[in-house]
Structure formats: C-alpha cells, structure tokens
Design a protein around this ligand. Structure first.
Ligand SMILES: Cc1cc2nc3c(=O)[nH]c(=O)nc-3n(C[C@H](O)[C@H](O)[C@H](O)COP(=O)(O)OP(=O)(O)OC[C@H]3O[C@@H](n4cnc5c(N)ncnc54)[C@H](O)[C@@H]3O)c2cc1C
Length: 380
C-alpha cells in the first residue's frame, strides 16, 4: 500500500500547481501529458487482472492512488482524468463476455481508449429510471436515439458507455429495462456541446445529442435490460474513491493554508498564532482524518468481498463535507489573496464543491442511509 502511495505521489509531483492552473483556463486544456504519464506507468489498469495487462490490485490501492493524485494539488482536474479509466470499465470487467473482455480491456488498461460515460439526462436527474434515451434492435445492431447531459470527456472520447432504455418503464420494476452499451463516439451521430461550468475546466463536461447511433450486438454489456443493476455494482467502489479524492483535495488545501498561516505576518505575528485561524484548520484536519478512516474501512470490506454499502455511502458523505470544509477554511486563511488564482486555493475550492453534487448528491446518500440502514420509508 505504501508503495502505491509513494509511486503515485512521486509521479503526481512532476505536475506542479502551475501546470493545473494553466490547464484550468477558459477554454480548459485537457491534461494529456498527465494522463500519458500515468498510462505509461500502468496505473489505468490498477484494478484489472494481469491477463489483460492490469495490476490486479484492490480498491484499497485504487483509493490511495486517487487520493495522492488529488492531494498533490492536481485536485479534480487530475483525479477525474485518471478516475475515468479506472471506474467506468467496471461493468465490462464484471459482466462483459469473455470475448468482449479480451477485445476491450487490454486497450483500456493501457489508456488507449478515452471513454465518456452517459447516464445522466436533463429531464431524469437523479431518478435514473426516467431516462428517455432509447435503443432499438435492427437486425444484428442496436440504434440509439436520445440526449445525455454532463457526459465528462465527450469532447475527446473515442468510446461512449451509454445507458439506454430497451423496454418501457414498468412502474413495478422501474429500474429494469435499461441496457448498457459500449459505443463508438461516432461524431456523425453524436452532437457534443461543451458546458461552460464553475470548475474543472481541464476536463470537459458536455451535452450529447444522440441521433441514430449504431452499436453492434457484441457491444452490449451483459444482458439486455439489466444495465442499471450493473451500474449499481460499481457504485460502492466509486463512492469510496470519490471520498478519498475529496480528502486528498482537503489535504492539499490544508497544506497551502498552514504554510500561508506560518508565513503571513499581520499585527507583528504570523496569522496562524491566532486561534481563530489555527483552530478551524485543526478541526478541518481532524474531519479529514475521520473521513479517511471510514473510506479505507469501506475499501477493505469491499476487497474482502463483504457488504459495504453503508460504509461506502458514509465515506462519500463525510469525505465530500470534510474536503469542502478544509478548502473553505483554507480560503478564509488566505484572506483576500484566496481570490487570486496564483494562490491556487480558489481552484481547489471550486473543484471540491462539485463532489457534494456529483457523482451522487449528499441528499441521495442520506436517502440511502435513511432507508437501507435506518429502515425509514423509501423517499426516492
Ligand atoms: C461536472 C460534472 C460532471 C458529471 N459527469 C457525469 C458523467 O460523466 N456522466 C453522467 O452520466 N453524469 C455526470 N454528471 C451528472 C451528475 O451525476 C448529476 O448532476 C447528478 O446525478 C445530479 O443530477 P441533476 O443535476 O439533474 O439533479 P436533480 O435530479 O435535478 O436534483 C436536484 C437536487 O435535488 C435533490 N433531490 C432530487 N430528488 C431528491 C429526493 N428524492 N430526495 C432528496 N433530494 C433530492 C438532488 O440531490 C439535488 O441536490 C456530472 C455532473 C457534473 C456537475
């Protein structure tokens, strides 16, 4: 585990804060050099088996890898760039046919495919059962029509993992009847429009209008109609890793803040000598440590094949809150200079805020805990 931490830290450190500031400009610049460096070191296949070129490591190691990337100051600009190789392929790994795995996984492990991931739709929001994108069977091909929103990476992606309805919504089993497709991002049938957004400009987010996109039968992942359930399998690992990414960003912000609090002299003393400055930073550190313990515990349970839904959701909730509080406190510590981009705090602050909204909102985590852990009536 320490080897992963050390290696991830060393590689991330080659990309200083100035690199990320440069890529965060409008329009953002995709961090290809960073992606290529991690791909060359084999990290894209961290959780894939060795026979397809992966490292065959567990979630515990992946969580550390992503945490170190975020903590280097790369924040979500760096973490998202690698995260999208590690997690979206999970349904292929678990439910794809042997032929599909042999065909796709080696290239994914090498970082040779850039994938976008299309679940969210404008009118469905967090109620995925209401998606309207449809796939219809025509001979040995499926034809997809519909609209996705927030598809990360779609500007550059050559592959698109799409969830589409293959049978109408059934009130009794609303989450059945959706299918996962591994499609080519064929620009003749996918009109991709970038979304102008608050943070993480380096990694594009997009609306995608899909018109007659054809997918051969062999690129259906698992069984038709079970796509949503396959996504659920990947949710716990993703929540754990999002938690450790948030904690990483919180640590990066705290590192900048403590340096500043030691160096900035006002009223003839470093500002960090004032407890009004020091204590909230101490509190932020403690919250990050506590969230980290829950996240690593959840990862350990997952790697041991044990249920970890409550722990993974709790980790995501606590990690996102602790990361956000640390970044906000780092901003307060920097006073007016927090607003200046050269201090890097404002970028981390914008980036970590995202993780209270996505990939799953704090409210949906509370819904899960209320219903599945506390046994309260289902509200979603
Ligand atoms: C930068 C970014 C990148 C993203 N990348 C991707 C991607 O690559 N692929 C992809 O498919 N999606 C992606 N998403 C989408 C993301 O997962 C969604 O934004 C998220 O699911 C929320 O959907 P929504 O904005 O439509 O919220 P809505 O469904 O409109 O909800 C709005 C608010 O109401 C709350 N709410 C709604 N219903 C309930 C309820 N029953 N109980 C309590 N609270 C409720 C929600 O929690 C939320 O806070 C991304 C989003 C962002 C911002």
């Amino acid at each position: 585990m320490n080897d992963v931490r050390e290696a991830a830290r060393k590689l991330s450190e080659k990309f200083p804060l100035s690199y990320w500031r440069e890529h965060d400009k409008d329009p953002g610049k995709y961090p290809w050099e960073f992606v290529k460096a991690f791909a060359a070191a084999g990290w894209m296949g961290i959780m894939m088996p060795e026979e397809v070129g992966g490292m065959n490591l567990g979630l515990s190691e992946a969580a550390i890898l992503m945490q170190e990337i975020a903590a280097s100051g790369a924040g979500m600009s760096g973490a998202s760039a690698i995260h999208f190789y590690v997690f979206p392929p999970a349904p292929i790994l678990k439910h794809g046919s042997e032929e599909m795995k042999r065909r796709l996984l080696p290239q994914l492990a090498k970082g040779e495919h850039l994938m976008a991931f299309g679940v969210t739709e404008p009118t469905a929001g967090v109620d995925t059962s209401r998606i309207k994108t449809r796939a219809e069977k025509k001979g040995d091909r499926w034809v997809i029509n519909g609209q996705k929103v927030w598809s990360t990476n779609a500007q550059n992606a050559n592959k698109y993992l799409i969830l589409a309805r293959t049978s109408p919504r059934d009130e009794k089993r609303p989450l059945d009847g959706m299918t996962l497709f591994f499609a080519d991002m064929d620009r003749k049938h996918c009109d991709v429009r970038v979304i102008d957004k608050l943070g993480r400009a380096a990694i594009d987010s997009n609306e995608v209008f899909i018109d007659g996109l054809e997918v051969p039968e062999e690129n259906v992942i698992g069984e038709v109609g079970k796509g949503f359930h396959y996504l659920l399998d990947g949710l716990n690992p993703e929540r754990v890793v999002v938690a450790t990414e948030c904690i990483g960003i919180g640590r990066a912000a705290l590192k900048l803040a403590t340096k500043y609090a030691n160096e900035r002299v006002i009223f003839d003393r470093p500002i960090g000598k004032n407890q009004a400055v020091a204590h909230p930073l101490a509190e932020a550190w403690m919250r990050l440590e506590a969230a980290d313990k829950v996240a690593h515990h959840a990862a350990m349970l997952f790697d041991a094949g044990q249920p970890c839904g409550a722990e993974s959701n709790t980790a995501k909730f606590l990690g996102a809150d602790a990361g956000w509080q640390a970044a906000d406190q780092a901003m307060q510590t920097h006073g007016g200079y927090a607003y200046a981009k050269e201090y890097h705090i404002e970028r981390l602050w914008r980036e970590v805020r995202l993780l209270r909204l996505a990939p799953v909102s704090q409210e949906m985590v509370c819904n899960f805990i209320s219903n599945k852990v506390l046994g309260l009536p289902k509200s979603y």
